[in-house]
Design a protein around this ligand. Structure first.
Ligand code: SF4
Length: 228
């Protein structure tokens, strides 16, 4: 059975600690922008934690929402790419082939979630920040658009391991870096084609919502509404 990868984000569990943001950056060799680059809006974060405030001081309530590529089934970023760098994989991932990307940025403009990032320069990591670079993830060059891949390298490694052991993948066995690092288990990843998987069951929850659902992008990330 072909997999169809998805994620569920429980907004009741997210404390806004940003462990997911740090883990994603390290796992995926996401370049670090200094203050000057950031001031020009050129920083890159494959996952961000949005903050929303309700009420007036001192009765203020804060809500957090982690936002990454929503891996849309009807992805507006794909048909606009003239080189098919942005395309749909067999497992439903919105994949990006870096060496096909010619940097038109049509995909980033078409994406309503602001989760695609253009590299305005070649990445530089000063010592010791170059030491943890992940050899399983390509370093992106100037002129290339990048974004969250659901840690596709971990998906491949998980599938290879299961195949080598002659068994099916277990639910929850593959964890993108953000999911693995979340101390409150707010993020759940898995196969939406398996109706019994944790992510499938959470996606069917009455608390489930999709980001900007009315746009018809059919995201594979489900947000479980905050109830408390
Ligand atoms: S969230 Fe944006 S980048 Fe991701 S698939 Fe949808 S349109 Fe494409």
């Amino acid at each position: 059975m072909t997999h169809r990868w998805g994620m569920a984000v429980d907004l009741d569990r997210c404390t806004g600690c940003e462990a997911c943001v740090t883990a994603c950056r390290t796992e995926n060799n996401v370049r670090i922008a200094g203050p000057e680059e950031s001031a020009k809006g050129r920083s890159i974060a494959w996952i961000r934690v949005e903050r929303y405030y309700e009420g007036d001081f001192p009765d203020v309530r804060v809500k957090f929402r982690p936002v990454m590529c929503q891996q849309c089934d009807a992805a507006p970023c794909e048909p606009v790419c003239p080189t098919y760098a942005s395309h749909h994989s067999e497992e439903g991932l919105n994949a990006q082939i870096y060496n096909r990307c010619i940097g038109t940025r049509y995909c980033a403009n078409a994406c309503p979630y602001n989760v695609r990032f253009f590299n305005f320069g070649n990445p530089v990591w000063d010592r010791p920040l170059d030491l943890p670079l992940n050899p399983d993830v390509s370093v992106r060059e100037v002129g290339v658009v990048e974004k969250c891949t659901f840690c596709t390298q971990r998906i491949s490694a998980g599938k290879d391991q299961a195949k080598a052991e002659g068994r099916e993948l277990r639910d929850g066995e593959i964890k993108p870096a953000c999911v693995q690092s979340c101390p409150t288990s707010a993020l759940v990843f898995g196969d939406l084609n398996d109706p019994e998987s944790a992510v499938s069951m959470l996606s069917r929850s009455s608390r489930g919502t999709k980001l900007m659902d009315d746009l018809g992008t059919q995201p594979k990330v489900t947000y479980l509404k905050k109830e408390y």
